[in-house]
Ligand binder design. Structure first.
Ligand SMILES: [Fe+2]
Ligand SMILES: [Fe+2]
Length: 163
């Protein structure tokens, strides 16, 4: 597998907790790209690799998948706590409901994908897991996390007036 640049999605919304989590997620996604080197070939066929190498790639993939699962869980909890700190208003209520639902829905998709990794060829599994998370976070961050950060960053007087 050729060297790929750091996965890109926005993680500079101006909230230190959210931004740090997104940055940590980008690092795990980058590590997923290192699960397989050239040996599996362009079509990711792990059956051409020695069994020991395939086992080692599989172990790395499972480890990264578990770390990402834990990070996502922690990150969603952080964002939920931040949502709880917002002043109550129709705007914040609507945002929080939609945002929470988006997290729950993605958690389900991620857990299903993680369960499938047991039987996968690691080179293929790593690419699929990376695409799943990257495609999701790119859209989610722009649609929801940017809005949450903007709501959190509103000046206190403005927040109270509109609450
Ligand atoms: Fe979010
Ligand atoms: Fe987020």
């Amino acid at each position: 597998m050729s060297q790929v640049a750091m996965p890109e999605f926005r993680y500079d919304f101006g909230n230190s907790g959210i931004d740090a989590d997104h940055s940590a997620l980008a690092m795990i996604l980058e590590a997923l790209e290192q699960v397989c080197d050239e040996s599996a070939g362009a079509d990711c066929r792990c059956d051409v690799c020695p069994e020991k190498k395939t086992r080692s790639c599989h172990g790395l993939l499972k480890d990264l998948c578990g770390r990402m699962q834990a990070l996502l869980l922690e990150h969603f909890q952080r964002e939920h706590e931040l949502m709880n700190s917002l002043p109550r208003s129709q705007t914040t209520k609507a945002h929080c409901e939609r945002h929470r639902r988006a997290h729950v829905s993605f958690s389900t998709r991620y857990n299903l994908a993680a369960a499938k990794l047991n039987d996968c060829q690691p080179a293929i599994g790593a690419r699929e897991l990376e695409s799943l998370v990257l495609d999701w976070i790119r859209g989610h961050a722009l649609e929801f996390d940017a809005e949450l950060s903007a709501l959190l960053n509103r000046p206190v007087g403005d927040r109270q007036r509109r609450a």
